[in-house]
Design a protein around this ligand. Sequence first.
Ligand code: ES4
Ligand code: ZN
Length: 324
Amino acid sequence: MKAWLTTLPKVELHLHIEGSLEPELMFALAARNAVELPYASVEEVRAAYDFSDLQSFLDLYYQGMAVLRTADDFFDLAMDYFRRAQAEGVVHVELSFDPQAHLARGIELGVQFEGLTRAMRQAEREWGLSTALIMSFLRDRSAAEAMEVLERASPYLELLDAVGLDSAEQGNPPGKFVEVFARARLLGLPRVAHAGEEGPPAYIREALDLLEVCRIDHGVRCLEDPELVARLRDERVPLTVCPLSNVRLKVVERMHDHPLPRLLDAGLVLTLNSDDPAYFGGGVLDNYLACHDAFGWSKETFAVLAENAIQAAFMSEARRKELR
Ligand code: ES4
Ligand code: ZN
């Protein structure tokens, strides 16, 4: 099954590129940029990845990305990820990035865009990967700041496939960003948002109704609201589910308790993704394998999930046809 799942053409729709920063590269970039790390070794970094919830992860995630300073750093980060992804049979990657987290450290938008898009082009050339770029707003910062970032990104809009919404969910409902997302819509940008990871089903509704998103990142808490489940099913709204992330952030206790089988039974359009592979113990393939181990799903089920991701992706119809 592992061999079969490896060769199955897989699409990654929910990846924070900063969350793909492996401890080895973290150390290399820290040395290159003379950034001090609060860790003595790679092993010590990995040992620190013992999270109690989303916030405890986010604290280390924002600390880790402090080693990213130059366009080459962003390039190396993304290439490191693309190399691993293509080796495990990923054929299309939609990477999101958190510009505000870097702007706050004095790293200009142009630096971020240059490094990431250079890596995207190179991965397309070198491995035939297709890619898309999603600029995510930090929901625990102000809507005014998000709006300012969107305006400052105007020279780079051609490089963007969508905007997203991430970071600490509780107390930061999608509605807080209604104007920002309306502006993005006016600019012709598709929208996605994290909702129903730690937050309530009402946040999923807000993301659909107020932000007019075309996909929900996570969304697993929709099960608490049967009417919402019916709507997600009828409207065929894709959920980008990240099972290993949910276990590591204690959204669920164990893989065996994960709501994925119930979400599948409910007829939802599900996809399997890695979220922050360097922090949560694996990439897309590992997430597929974890589902196989926990739920014993058949090849047919995995083929449906992979096809869902192709359908839900920001990719050309020509590319879609190529992957089928
Ligand atoms: C994230 Cl797992 C998760 N949830 C929300 N925001 C995030 N940013 C990076 N990883
Ligand atoms: Zn995420």
